[in-house]
Design a binder for this molecule. Structure first.
Ligand code: ZN
Length: 279
């Protein structure tokens, strides 16, 4: 009798976890996307967010849909007295969702294990570090539980505001930290996010291993590099900085690292030069 009961419970769990919950999520997201994107939101993005401004209208509409869902699903928390406003949320959501463009198969799934976005007014320095302020140095750590179920991203508003308007040196903390989220979605960050199939994984490994090695050599020999030197720290940081480069200095990346550009373009399913979906 107990065996049958246990069996039934397992069936109910599997049914709920794999069918009912995903169906409910899909339905909820579909209805969120149907809501009208407020005109003042669009105006704000147009005037304040470089990565939104440069998009063609079809990708702007796609991005707006992602933003509507993102704003419903993620919680923003102001830290150290920082006040979360609509502008703050829009600035962060719009740039995070750039990484979702072209995600036809929903593989990136709105950064599924990320729940909270903690926003600090400014960088937390090493000597200000405490359990409440766990950020050090740049104040830009992306902290994800190893199992990925309690993810938090920490951002310094000063950095976000500075980098949102113009690509400056091709740096963008939001792209960087959310790329880590994609990388961490299934455990430790390794520099290889979830790919579509084995063939893609093998191609990724081959190209990224070679490019990472070349980058480390370049940095070690103090050569000028298109890719941020910080990427030499480890493969996970390499993936995060080349993601920034892919969206913010695509022509340079394509010229000097064509295979890497192509690999990222296949993964994100967009051309960041012509700004169109690949498939
Ligand atoms: Zn990083």
């Amino acid at each position: 009798m107990l065996d049958i009961l246990l069996f039934l419970l397992i069936i109910i769990f599997i049914f709920t976890y794999y069918l009912i919950i995903p169906y409910q999520v899909k339905t909820r997201r579909k209805s969120l996307k149907k809501a009208i994107f407020p005109i003042d939101w669009a105006n704000f993005l147009e005037h304040n967010i470089y990565l939104y401004r440069i998009l063609p209208s079809d990708l702007k509409l796609e991005l707006q849909d992602y933003i509507k869902v993102f704003l419903e699903e993620k919680q923003f928390v102001g830290k150290n007295g920082f006040i979360i406003t609509e502008e703050v949320k829009l600035s962060i959501a719009s740039q995070a969702c750039i990484l979702l463009l072209g995600d036809k198969e929903n593989k990136r799934n709105y950064f599924p294990y990320l729940k909270y976005i903690y926003v600090y007014p400014d960088i937390i320095l090493e000597n200000q570090k405490s359990p409440e302020n766990p950020i050090i140095l740049l104040g830009l750590s992306s902290v994800g539980n190893k199992s990925g179920h309690d993810g938090v991203i920490y951002l310094s508003w000063t950095e976000v505001a500075k980098q949102s308007q113009f690509p400056s040196k091709g740096e963008n903390v939001i792209l960087h930290e959310f790329a880590h989220q994609l990388d961490q979605a299934f455990g430790n960050a390794t520099g290889m996010p979830r790919l579509r199939n084995l063939q893609e994984s093998l191609a990724w490994r081959e190209i990224f291993t070679q490019e990472y090695y070349n980058h480390c050599q370049g940095v070690k020999n103090q050569q000028p590099t298109v890719i941020d030197a910080y990427g030499a720290l480890n493969p996970a940081e390499f993936f995060a900085v080349v993601t920034e480069g892919f969206f913010l200095k695509p022509r340079l990346l394509q010229t000097y690292h064509p295979l890497l550009y192509e690999q990222l373009s296949r993964y994100y399913n967009v051309s960041s030069i012509e700004w169109r979906r690949k498939e």
